[in-house]
Design a protein around this ligand. Structure first.
Ligand SMILES: NC(=O)c1ccc[n+]([C@@H]2O[C@H](COP(=O)([O-])OP(=O)(O)OC[C@H]3O[C@@H](n4cnc5c(N)ncnc54)[C@H](OP(=O)(O)O)[C@@H]3O)[C@@H](O)[C@H]2O)c1
Length: 345
């Protein structure tokens, strides 16, 4: 994967504080917690389960007791240290950008959340692969009632990415056609459902083994990219969502109609290609957004979006989870179970 998008850099910058809760190791008197900690950069195996101090929320933050953490490819990139060379050293770090859990403590300036609230969210500072994490009110929303914590933890980062690409950037509307590359992955499974809820016609790509999930999620046309060129099926589309990059992006300019839009998650767009085809585009950098997460909650509660959780692993198996995420061939999402679901207690 080409790591040229701003989002990754933004995420990398947010890691400058190391462990969750910014300077958590230096807090005195804080109760201990278990966390997956990287003290050196490298492959997922550098992550070790450690006892570290619980982070302490500032006045505009809440402390969340994490029940489940969603795994994303970005976790592997941050642990690999690819951004460290550009931005300096900020070890130790705890990855984990998606959490679902219960508000344990609120800072003095918190107005919307209270202790005991079940929440989920995309945490820009990471730190979610731990028993406790810090969040702001702008990052989290009340967890959908119809989802358990593991399902909820699989949603925020990928759903917000799909939303910000298709709705905010591409302005996808009813009746338009969208080509979604990587439709069976974390972002793709959300993008198909968000596009269908918007009233769009969806063409989605995946390998042979994942054709069924594309159909189950409502794709109107499916393409097995291992057997068929998407250009033979998708022509004059209004929008492309690219989560693959390289050759896939290079071949996508030609399938968009004039005035159409390409949103890529993984690359810089080629302006001369955009100009040549009379189209526009954007490289997406996903941002936490509690308001948009509330919109996503509404679609979940209306049964328009259902999470695809392929595997739930204990926190102690975070290394295995990140190894799978690094393959870029995950079906739906992997989630780490960090505590027992309080709804099931
Ligand atoms: N810029 C941002 O803000 C942002 C936000 C989120 C994610 N991302 C990036 O976007 C990418 C996708 O994220 P994700 O969470 O969806 O990853 P993921 O869960 O690993 O899914 C990737 C999907 O891509 C499919 N795929 C792989 N090669 C393909 C190809 N040549 N053509 C079509 N599909 C292909 C895979 O399906 P098969 O197994 O069937 O091949 C897999 O389902 C990652 O690189 C991630 O880092 C960026």
């Amino acid at each position: 994967m080409r790591i040229t998008n701003l989002s990754m850099i933004l995420v990398a910058l947010t890691m400058l504080s190391g462990l969750p809760g910014k300077g958590a190791e230096n807090e005195t008197g804080a109760a201990p917690m278990k966390a997956m900690v990287a003290r050196e950069y490298g492959s997922p195996e550098v992550l070790k389960l450690e006892d570290v101090p619980r982070p302490v929320p500032k006045e505009n933050e809440v402390l969340v007791r994490v029940i489940a953490g969603g795994v994303n490819p970005v976790d592997t990139l941050i642990v690999s240290g690819k951004y460290a060379k550009e931005f300096g050293t900020y070890l130790p770090l705890t990855p984990g950008y998606d959490i679902a859990g219960v508000v344990e403590q609120t800072g003095a300036k918190i107005t919307k959340l209270k202790v005991g609230d079940p929440i989920y969210g995309y945490i820009l500072w990471g730190g979610g692969f731990a028993q406790y994490d810090i969040a702001t009110e702008g990052e989290v929303a009340i967890k959908p009632k119809s989802l358990n914590y593991e399902e909820a933890a699989s949603v925020p980062l990928v759903a917000l990415t799909a939303w910000q690409a298709l709705i905010d950037a591409a302005k996808l509307t009813t009746g338009q056609t969208v080509l979604i590359h990587g439709g069976s992955g974390g972002v793709g499974t959300m993008a198909i459902q968000i596009a269908k809820a918007r009233g769009a016609r969806v063409i989605a790509t995946a390998s042979t083994a994942n054709q069924d999930v594309l159909k189950e999620l409502g794709a109107d046309v499916t393409v097995d990219y291992t057997r068929q060129k998407f250009e033979d099926v998708a022509r004059d589309v209004d929008v492309v969502l690219d989560s693959v990059g390289k050759d896939t992006l290079a071949r996508s300019y030609g399938v968009v109609k004039r005035g159409g839009f390409i949103a890529t998650l993984v690359a810089r767009l080629n302006q001369s290609e955009l100009d040549k085809h009379g189209i526009r585009g954007a490289s997406i950098s996903v941002k936490p957004d509690a308001n948009e997460l509330n919109e996503i909650t509404r679609l979940i509660e209306a049964k328009k979006i259902k999470p695809v959780v392929t595997e739930v692993l204990p926190l102690t198996e975070a290394v295995k989870a990140l190894q799978q995420a690094a393959t870029h061939h995950t079906r739906g999402k992997i989630v780490l179970k960090i505590a027992e679901d309080p709804q099931a207690e």
